[in-house]
Design a protein around this ligand. Structure first.
Ligand SMILES: O=c1ccn([C@@H]2O[C@H](COP(=O)(O)OP(=O)(O)O[C@H]3O[C@H](CO)[C@@H](O)[C@H](O)[C@H]3O)[C@@H](O)[C@H]2O)c(=O)[nH]1
Ligand SMILES: O=C(O)[C@H](O)COP(=O)(O)O
Length: 330
């Protein structure tokens, strides 16, 4: 299987007017998860603001416990700001991007959600319309990923391409091995994507950086690859993290993959997508410790980082428990 996705848009064929007409009564929430992004969050909010009242109904920054001026900057730029710990306060937050996105479902009302990272540099105002295109205009699509050229900046050096190091060295090879139907996704880890609320509330969320790959695996497993689309959004620049930070991210992503599937057993056999019962096996608090090595005064010394690889349950199961009077609990 070559994994090419049938809904792949190399250019965006929709005019703004066509999108607004296709939107009709559908409501759209744009969500920016943010942890200490005071330098960039306002720029991302401002790139979306002109769409409010048309393609977009609300812009919400979900703050993940910032200790800098992220909430103030986001509010000044015109976003509603929600603090993670105030959303579903009966459930203790765990650190991580996936926990923030999961909580955002309870703090927004749109039929469709668009996620944008808040560390984007020079964000393109066409990101949101591009991501909405297939959801509003194609039937059967539930999740739309952006793809783009990715510049890379390390210290003061910048290259036109070379970004997306975890994507190229881990995520795409792992999808190829474990879930070939998804190997045609160009940017599986990209933080810019849109999805229907019905999909997002029916699947678990990995609490950390495994959230994107988990959503892709679960969407493909439940709805098939035709429920996915990808759209060319041009160029995407963000804050590039260090290799050590990316190592921790990679371990979280691998944990999420391992909780959901087994490797492809090879040619002539089936596609090797045996799902794990991840709702039971990976509660929100599940974790592991990653050891990495750093050079200190000429010696390479181990450094350990706790890595969360747990899941939150589907939001609709939480709502069902709450309707039945069962306490939410962790
Ligand atoms: O605990 C956290 C961690 C991150 N974030 C926010 O999430 C976004 C993305 O986080 P970042 O650390 O910048 O991730 P990247 O290095 O950009 O990693 C890429 O790969 C990740 C794994 O798939 C994705 O989650 C990212 O969206 C994608 O850009 C940013 O707005 C962060 O502020 C939080 O809100 N809370
Ligand atoms: O998406 C990724 O692969 C990681 O976020 C790393 O991205 P970078 O190499 O552009 O920093």
């Amino acid at each position: 299987m070559d994994g090419s996705l049938s809904h792949t848009y190399q250019t965006q064929p929709w005019t703004r007017r066509e999108l607004e007409q296709a939107k009709g009564e559908t409501t759209v929430s744009v969500v920016l998860p943010a942890l200490n992004e005071e330098d960039t969050v306002a720029g991302v909010v401002e790139s979306v603001r002109p769409l409010v009242g048309g393609l977009v109904d609300e812009v919400v920054v979900v703050d993940s416990g910032s200790t800098d001026a992220t909430p103030e900057r986001a509010r000044d730029a015109g976003a509603r700001v929600e603090r993670c710990r105030d959303i579903l306060p009966e459930i203790e937050p765990v650190p991580g991007k996936g926990d923030v996105l999961w909580r955002s479902l309870a703090a927004t009302s749109g039929d469709v959600l668009v996620f944008l990272d808040s560390d984007l540099v020079e964000p393109d105002p066409a990101f949101v319309p591009g991501l909405l295109g297939p959801l509003l205009c194609d039937s059967g699509v539930h999740l739309v990923k952006g793809f783009y050229r990715r510049p890379l900046r390390v210290e003061s050096e910048e290259w036109d391409t070379g970004g997306g190091r975890v994507t190229e060295l881990l995520a795409r090879p792992v999808l190829d091995a474990f879930r070939p139907a998804l190997s045609g996704l160009i940017q599986p880890l990209g933080g810019e994507y849109a999805a229907t609320r019905s999909l997002l509330e029916s699947v678990p969320f990995a609490t950390g950086y495994g959230v994107e790959i988990g959503l892709l695996l679960d969407t493909e497993q439940r709805y098939g690859a035709d429920a996915l689309a990808q759209v060319n959004l041009g160029v995407r620049k963000h804050r590039n993290r260090s290799l050590l930070q990316l190592g921790v991210m990679a371990r979280q992503i691998l944990g999420t993959v391992l909780s959901r599937c087994q490797p492809d057993p090879g040619p002539g056999t089936n596609t090797g997508t045996r799902p794990a019962t991840n709702e039971e096996t990976a509660p929100a608090s599940t974790g592991t410790v990653l050891t990495q090595f750093v050079q200190v005064a000429g010696e390479w010394l181990p450094t350990s980082t706790e890595v969360s690889v747990g899941d939150r349950p589907p939001m609709n199961t939480l709502r069902a428990r709450s309707a039945a009077g069962v306490p939410a609990g962790p």
